[in-house]
Design a protein around this ligand. Structure first.
Ligand code: BMA
Length: 817
């Protein structure tokens, strides 16, 4: 195989709404890339991620763009010549030497276009003309018949990243471009069209079984037998594909295979797999390499006494999913690098996440993404790309959906991290509950994809992984898709309408979405937003708050817990803190339900730009207070106080392979630090299980709810329980002795509290934008000390980290104003 890559790409507007000075220009273009990034690089547009610029760039999505380049075909050109476009975003016409060779309309597909008849030796030209994506979606929607969806543009009529048209956390920046590599491939005789290396584990002798399904494409008229050699873990199996046939399933046994485990359960051994294709005379035609991990995966949804579970098991071991939902990490996915994905996914693992759900309004992520998940032991739940809308099941959408799903299932099949395919995000629920039925009438809306077409594709190409038709989904005939007792649940009533302590009113089997908003970190917010003055509702702040009544929900969510902030910095800290507390409360409670609930996937891990959102890590990659709360709530071992019908209990969650035994000391303290009552509780909690320990009324019932706190401590873990919300509590003004010093790699802050201090946090990025603190949200009893390590290369006055707007606590909010 010989590969030629066109170079010297340019782009220009060829129709639509481009302003005259831009319409006249031919700009250098990046491939892979997109037109927004080209215009930014040429300094012709402002950054849509800053201030209120987003709306200034809407014309880009209403403009047609033409990319042009050249390639030189020197060297051997005998045989087949294909133009391979790994990603065109989206409605495109492809020309080679002035001849139209393909028309495309799906960002999520690879296009292989034979171009032998139009290329010539020497210099050739290529052009890709993209139809403006906003009118294209509108046109397709009109042609297919408009179907319900939750946003401004009909993203559901076009196979393009849905959230590129704007979402309740994302900018409306519909773009165009060659977002994945594009090349000319020359080949001869036959090529490897696809490899699906599916794994199993022999229950009897522990051998790994690899079945490599190899599909070949033959050149027209070339029909000789073909030799295929598959190799993994030192085992080599040759087979021959006879003349006239185009596929082989090659089985390999790897004795005593080392199993791949999710993080926290064991190691992640990965085995290289190679496939070689050659002619009977040994002439090598093509090769393929990949990596697999040997593990089994199962999903238990069998009805039980409580309804229907949703429990993933890897290698026969049930796994509690400590999950986070994933959205594309950039509004323009072509600029996401492997380094950035590594940073983000490492942040996930660092936050004690073991499962990532790739949400259906985004993209099938890159090889780098799944490779990293394989290496880190992060389980991946992958949505097919359908979210929050009705999807027509007629042509031409139907054919696109099938082609794209077959390609994705094939491409992702090697990755051990991938443990679940899911049909759609909220569409089955939407049909039930969001007034869609009347608008849809007797038309199709996507159900056939989720219940027939996608499962059939999986049965054909990859029956090795479980499938769920949607999230949420009940797995029980006649039961509402979002029923708590059956399958997966999305809990959005809390953020939308209820106080966050009502998470404790639900008894879900698996929560695949629940979230609570908070602003980005200060450094991210102030980099992106320059309103004078900044207020929650100042103009650019509102551009970067996309949720329906987002600020109202933030305000109402705060009111039962913290005093209404009177300054912007207090608003920022209070809403950040409230977000962290809300999600912690939810996670702690869901984990406290023991085997009833087998996972929580919080909405959402990451952001695609600087925005007030549900994310734990903001659009500049900085960890919000929520990240620290998540890390604590998702820890292997968790102590948590929970109010139950019979009174307060202490729940011990032991999500590791060793039993947890020892004593836990529970003390009721006055805010002055005095120990009022102490109870020592012996615990012996088996591996991977949860125990609920009753508390005696002496310790559990306060004398004065406003000025007492419960503290549990044991085996290095601890938990606090405040009997009153901060608004109603006698939380004193914090009195802290702080020592700030420069140390190798940053600074160290040693903070000793002489009063009780709640949720002590160093918002280190306020002092130095690159600074990262190792711990946050620390509660100290009088006399206790916390040491914060701050990593930064910045040279700042160490005292900057002790400033009251940087070293923050809940006490400050209680006594502000
Ligand atoms: C769920 C998600 C997203 C959305 C989030 C927050 O519906 O699936 O569509 O961003 O809620 O509203």
């Amino acid at each position: 195989m010989h590969v030629t890559t066109p170079a010297g790409w340019t782009v220009r507007a060829v129709g639509g709404e481009a302003p005259p000075h831009i319409a006249a220009q031919q700009l250098p273009a990046a491939v892979p890339g997109c037109v927004h990034l080209d215009l930014l690089a040429a300094d012709l547009v402002p950054d849509p991620c800053l201030d209120s610029n987003e709306a200034l760039l809407h014309w880009i999505g209403r403009t047609d763009w033409r990319y042009e380049a050249e390639f030189d075909l020197s060297g051997p050109t005998a045989g087949e010549l294909d133009l391979v476009a790994h990603g065109l975003d989206t409605v495109a016409e492809v020309e080679v030497n002035g001849t139209v060779v393909a028309a495309t309309r799906n960002m999520h597909r690879t296009y292989r276009i034979p171009v032998g008849a139009v290329v010539r030796p020497g210099r050739n030209t290529i052009a890709v003309t993209f139809a403006a994506p906003v009118p294209a979606a509108e046109r397709f929607s009109a042609e297919l018949g408009e179907l319900p969806q939750v946003n401004t543009h009909p993203f559901n009529a076009i196979r393009k990243m849905a959230c590129n048209y704007g979402w309740d956390w994302g900018p409306d920046v519909a773009t165009s471009g060659i977002w994945q590599p594009l090349e000319i491939q020359a080949w001869d005789g036959a090529r490897i069209a696809a490899v699906r290396p599916l794994v199993a584990v022999d229950e009897v002798d522990g051998a790994g079984i690899l079945t490599a399904h190899v599909d070949v494409q033959r050149a027209p008229g070339a029909d000789s037998p073909l030799n295929v050699l598959v190799e993994a873990a030192g085992v080599r199996v040759p087979v021959t594909i006879p003349a006239g046939e185009a596929s082989a399933a090659v089985e390999l046994r790897v004795p005593d295979v080392r199993l791949w485990w999710p993080v926290g359960y064991g190691d992640q051994p990965l085995y290289d797999v190679s496939v070689a294709l050659s002619l009977p005379d040994s002439r090598r035609l093509d090769s393929w390499t990949g990596r697999v991990g040997f593990r089994t995966v199962a999903l238990d949804t069998e009805p039980d006494a409580d309804g229907a579970p949703f429990t993933l098991a890897v290698n026969g071991k049930p796994v509690f999913a400590r999950g986070a939902n994933w959205i594309p990490d950039d509004a323009f996915p072509s600029r996401i690098t492997r380094e950035r994905l590594a940073e983000r996914l490492t942040q996930a693992v660092g936050g004690n996440v073991n499962l990532i759900r790739v949400w259906g309004g985004g993209i099938y992520e890159s090889e780098d993404f799944y490779d990293l998940c394989d290496e880190l032991g992060l389980l991946v739940w992958q949505d097919f790309l359908f979210a929050c809308g009705g999807y027509a099941e007629e042509e031409p959408l139907r054919g696109e959906v099938i082609a794209e799903a077959r390609e994705a299932v094939t491409r992702l099949s090697p990755h051990p991290s991938l443990v679940l395919w899911n049909g759609c995000n909220e569409n089955i629920w939407g049909y039930e509950d969001w007034d869609w039925k009347e608008q849809i009438g007797d038309r199709t809306w996507g159900l056939g994809y989720y219940t027939e077409i996608l499962p059939a594709i999986l049965a054909d190409l990859d029956p090795s992984r479980p499938y769920s038709p949607g999230s949420p989904y009940s797995f029980t005939e006649g039961v509402h898709p979002n029923d708590l007792a059956h399958g997966t649940t999305h809990l959005w009533e809390v953020w939308n309408r209820q106080d966050y302590d009502t998470y404790r009113d639900y008894r879900p089997r698996f929560v695949s979405e629940f979230g609570f908003q908070g602003p980005p970190t200060w450094a991210t917010l102030t980099r992106a937003i320059h309103d004078e003055p900044r207020r929650p509702d100042s103009p650019a702040m509102l551009v970067h708050q996309k949720a329906e009544d987002g600020n109202g929900k933030l305000e109402r969510g705060l009111a039962p817990h913290l005093p209404a902030p009177t300054t912007f910095e207090d608003w920022h800290w209070a809403t950040s803190l409230n977000q962290a507390r809300a999600i912690s409360l939810g996670v702690d409670y869901f984990r406290s339900l023991g085997s009833l609930c087998s996972g929580t996937v919080l909405w959402q891990l990451n952001d695609m730009w600087p925005v007030t959102s549900w994310a734990a890590v903001d659009g500049d990659g900085r960890r919000k207070p929520l990240w620290y709360a998540m890390r604590r709530s998702f820890a292997d071992r968790l102590l948590t106080f929970q109010p139950r019908a019979g009174g307060l209990v202490l729940v011990v969650v032991n999500d590791c392979d060793e039993a947890w035994s020892g004593g836990i000391t529970v003390t009721r303290h006055g805010f002055d630090g005095s120990a009022r009552v102490t109870q020592v509780i012996p615990v012996d909690v088996a591996a991977r299980s949860t125990a609920e320990l009753p508390l005696g009324p002496d310790v559990a019932v306060p004398w004065d709810a406003a000025s007492e706190v419960l503290h549990a401590q044991g085996a290095g873990e601890s938990a606090f329980w405040f009997f009153a919300e901060d608004v109603a509590s006698a939380l004193p003004p914090a009195d802290l002795a702080v020592k700030s010093e420069a140390v190798v790699g940053g600074y160290r802050l040693t903070v000793t509290a002489t009063t009780l201090v709640r949720d002590l946090s160093v918002l280190a990025d306020k002092a130095a934008p690159d600074a990262v603190v190792d711990e946050m949200l620390v509660t100290l009893l009088p006399g206790q000390t916390a040491v914060f390590h701050i990593a930064t290369v910045a040279d700042v006055d160490p005292e900057a980290f002790a400033e009251p707007m940087v070293l923050r606590s809940a006490n400050q909010l209680r006594h502000a104003g």
